[in-house]
Design a protein around this ligand. Structure first.
Ligand SMILES: *Cc1c(COP(=O)(O)O)cnc(C)c1O
Length: 510
């Protein structure tokens, strides 16, 4: 059956595809039918993935003739089944345990439908009106939860990487401003001399986007000093203090200290109060990367973030621990005036006079220009289910990780690296009769790939101290301890099969 609401209309008439007052019914039918498909698909998903390979899927995608339209939404959705939906990776499945992808809450999906249909662009007031005010309320709400104080502000971004980049940009420019103000003749040549001396101190377990930011900001990758971590994979503050001292001795300028509240691999939370103390003592900007840990802001474990209120800037990824669809993220700052470092005026868009008239143009605070109204998803989430309900979901997966740790810890087939602080578990299968770490590397790599190819479950992999490990990232409260036990058995099976099939040295050679 065709999805066309008005069959009398000519499907080749391009104007019938525009959403407006005369096509609103047609829009509703097309989207409702599309939603019916995806809800049916989600209801019927019995594993996170089909296990299809790149080579298996590529021909179907390549075969689509993009210059020959189907003129029929139903036919296009049928085709989409083949090239995407049937073989997509489904994060809502309880045995999807790999990356920091969450199942999404329904109120946010309602928001997604609204925001893309109205299509506000949040760069200026004259393209968004209430959208701008809603985003600003959510920034204020988040800043208040963090405890950043009355002068706080921020902006929604595309993700934690962009939030971190913007935070590092502000830290760089604030540091340069301060350093240049120390001399009577600030000029550009001094600025050029300053940049190579800037240093960012981040934990060795911190996110790679900090290094990428340093490079993008013209500081060079060597500008990031990796501070060693303790046995819980938290930044060692004694090492941080020593590095800060070394910077001072060598004439380097510690422009920022980046604390991670929830490292991507271990969920470890750096000691925020001590780091705040050290950053303040050395005049360094304190950034807290809470891309993962931000869900604690609404959980019963809020105290784990104590010290975050002393940050100069904070990264939050609502699309991780607030169960929001991608993208939804923000960077918050303690002092709103620091956002001026990304303010540029364009006559056609946001002329200076508008700022003087106090017309709120969010582009003045953003690296982006045209920008999605992602804030609406969080708004409807808070208005429909409420912040505490979001926190309960996050608390549940943290509880589950603690139980899963006990399971792993008592299981002789596996070594688990640390007890979880949030909801990840990093572990490794250890062959019972052969402790050779290189063999274990190969076994774990194989087990992960074989599991992925089976589609029964998806787990992540990472390296710890140079050795291949496996990782569970739990963000789905529907994942039970039974699911986790099942996946461990599957991993052990794949590992066992690999070990049984491997060529063994002849007995005489031993
Ligand atoms: C995921 C993550 C990021 C990057 O966020 P994106 O939204 O993927 O760009 C940054 N820092 C940490 C600690 C993360 O876990």
């Amino acid at each position: 059956m065709s999805l066309l609401a008005h069959p009398a209309e000519d499907p080749a008439d391009s104007r019938t595809y525009l959403l407006n007052n005369s096509t609103a019914d047609r829009y509703r039918t097309a989207v409702t039918d599309g939603v019916a498909r995806i809800s049916g698909r989600i209801a019927a998903t019995d594993r996170p993935f089909t296990g299809i390979s790149v080579d298996g899927l590529t021909p179907a995608v390549d075969a689509v003739d993009l210059d020959t339209p189907l003129h029929d939404p139903a036919a296009a959705l049928d085709e989409l089944e083949e090239v995407y939906l049937r073989d997509a990776v489904y994060f809502h499945h309880p045995r999807y345990l790999a990356h920091l992808n969450c199942p999404v809450v329904i109120p946010a999906l309602v928001g997604e439908a609204v925001l893309s249909a109205v299509n506000s662009s949040l760069d200026t007031w004259d393209q968004s009106a209430g959208g701008t005010l809603i985003e600003r309320r959510l920034i204020d709400w988040t800043a208040r939860r963090i405890g950043l104080g009355e002068a706080a502000d921020g902006i929604f971004t595309s993700g934690g990487s962009q939030s971190n980049l913007q935070a590092m940009l502000l830290a760089r420019d604030e540091t340069c401003r301060r350093e240049l103000a120390r001399t009577t003749t600030p000029d550009d040549t001094r600025l050029a001399g300053l940049l190579p001396r800037l240093r960012i101190l981040a934990s060795a377990a911190g996110h790679f986007s900090i290094r990428k930011s340093a490079t993008l900001l013209g500081l060079g990758a060597e500008a990031v000093i990796a501070v060693p971590t303790d046995e819980h994979r938290r930044m060692r503050t004694t090492a941080l203090a020593a590095e800060l001292e070394r910077c001072r001795r060598e004439g380097l300028i510690p422009m920022a200290v980046v604390a991670t509240a929830g490292t991507t691999d271990f969920g470890s939370i750096d000691p925020l109060p001590e780091i705040a103390e050290l950053a303040a003592r050395h005049g360094a900007w304190m950034h807290v990367d809470a891309a993962y840990g931000c869900g604690l802001l609404v959980s019963r474990r809020r105290e784990l973030l104590t010290g975050i209120e002393r940050a100069d800037s904070v990264t939050v990824d609502y699309h991780k621990s607030f169960f929001q669809p991608v993208s939804s993220s923000a960077v918050l700052v303690r002092d709103r005036t620091t956002l001026r470092h990304v303010t540029y005026h364009a006559d056609y868009l946001n002329p200076r006079r508008m700022a003087e008239q106090r017309i709120p143009n969010q582009v003045d605070k953003s690296l982006q220009t045209t920008r999605r109204f992602d804030a609406l998803k969080l708004w409807l989430t808070l208005r429909i289910m409420g912040a505490e309900a979001v926190g309960e979901l996050f608390d549940e997966v943290i509880d589950r990780a603690a139980d899963a740790w006990k399971l792993l810890h008592d299981d002789p087939r596996f070594d688990v690296v640390v007890a979880p602080q949030l909801s990840t578990l990093v572990f490794r299968y250890v062959p019972a009769d052969d402790p050779d770490p290189e063999l274990s590397d190969r076994v774990n790599l194989h087990a992960r790939e074989a599991l992925f190819a089976s589609g029964d479950a998806i787990v992540a992999g990472t390296k710890v101290d140079g050795r291949h490990h496996l990782k569970f990232t739990l963000l789905n409260p529907e994942t039970t301890l039974d699911d986790i036990a099942t996946v461990l058995d599957l991993i052990a099976e794949h590992a066992g099969r690999y070990l049984a099939a491997r060529p063994r040295p002849a007995l005489s050679a031993r």
